[in-house]
Design a protein around this ligand. Structure first.
Ligand SMILES: [Cu+2]
Ligand SMILES: [Zn+2]
Length: 188
């Protein structure tokens, strides 16, 4: 047996009270460095051990923070770890010359690590079936300190690994061998 419900829609006449609009004389202008537009502070070309250029990265300062934009074109499809390593030296074939992760605060590796994370830890980058990927990441540390660490005496390298970072295994996220590297050059 079906029970039919009849819905009766009542149209309501809404009485709108007249509201006096108060105009605020004060402006809510931010007092940060909002007037300074994005500035490229450094960049690099990323190459494999055989010297094939497979990507690039740009480090940008904007709105009181440092961001990195990474572009890959020429790797097989897959998810791979992306880090800043502490030395700006990309000697093939293993790129061991780039040292460990950029880690000026002596923390452990990984965003999921209770003792983490390294300053140089970034999200994995995933290339599509055309071998391309794009990633933008904003660092949480203050820009002045970050610039100081990235452009310190021994420089900094952008590194891509064969496999993904698990974001917790110390010291490098169990990401496998280093397969591509780029020395960060300060913007001229
Ligand atoms: Cu790495
Ligand atoms: Zn790390």
């Amino acid at each position: 047996m079906f029970v039919l419900e009849t819905l009766v829609l009542h149209s309501k006449a809404l009485a709108l009270a007249t509201l006096a609009t108060a105009l605020h004389a004060c402006s809510s202008k931010d007092e940060g460095d909002v007037t300074s537009g994005p500035t490229v502070v450094g960049s690099t070309l990323i190459s494999t051990a055989s010297g094939t250029e497979i990507g690039s990265a740009e480090i940008v300062r904007a709105n009181g923070a440092i961001s990195i934009s990474v572009m890959i074109d020429g790797l097989e499809a897959g998810e791979r770890a992306l880090h800043l390593h502490s030395i700006g030296n990309c000697d093939a074939p293993d790129f061991a010359s780039a040292g460990g992760h950029l880690n000026p605060f002596g923390r452990a590796h990984g965003s999921l690590n209770p003792d983490g994370q390294h300053l140089g830890d970034m999200p994995n980058i995933t290339t599509d079936n055309d071998g391309q990927a794009k990633l933008a990441f904003t660092f949480s540390d203050g820009p002045d300190h970050l610039i100081q660490e990235i452009f310190d005496a021994d420089g900094t390298a952008v590194m891509i690994h064969a496999g993904p970072d698990d974001y917790i295994s110390d010291p490098a996220g169990a990401a496998g061998p280093r397969i591509a590297c780029g020395v960060v050059e300060p913007a001229g």
